[in-house]
Design a protein around this ligand. Sequence first.
Ligand code: AMP
Length: 147
Amino acid sequence: MSLHGDYDAGNIFAKILRGEAPCFKAFEDEVALAFMDLFPVAKGHTLVIPKRAAARNFLELPDAEVGPYMQRVQRVAKGVARALEPDGVTIFQFNGAPAGQTVFHLHFHVVPRWEGEPMGQHGKTPMADKADLEALAAKISAAITAS
Ligand code: AMP
């Protein structure tokens, strides 16, 4: 899917938002939902999605939503950092299939990084252990709540 087209309400993140598909939730408020990536490129890989806007990508997010949403991205990144104490944090986001996007509801990736540990290749990593994801989500959630 290129940059041009309509929002598909059947995408997996829309289903997660409607409670029709499960997720390991790390944060939620009226603006954003954050949950663990099922195919993490590093331990603690978390996705942050906007709740109100049917935006396929960052370019489609209405102006008024950009600030509140990016505050949540930062809040989740700080929570991930506090919870997992990485040496660094990579934040990335793709717009359109040619850019690497595979799920067409806007999301930012928050990936904790450790010295000497290369990040996995996006789209080529195995599914994580669900018990591990549950524990990570709980830890990140607690760190965000405590902030
Ligand atoms: P992107 O390629 O930027 O669109 O990223 C989509 C991300 O969503 C990938 O990192 C996938 O591993 C992840 N993903 C796909 N389906 C799910 C799901 N049901 N729950 C959590 N993460 C998912």
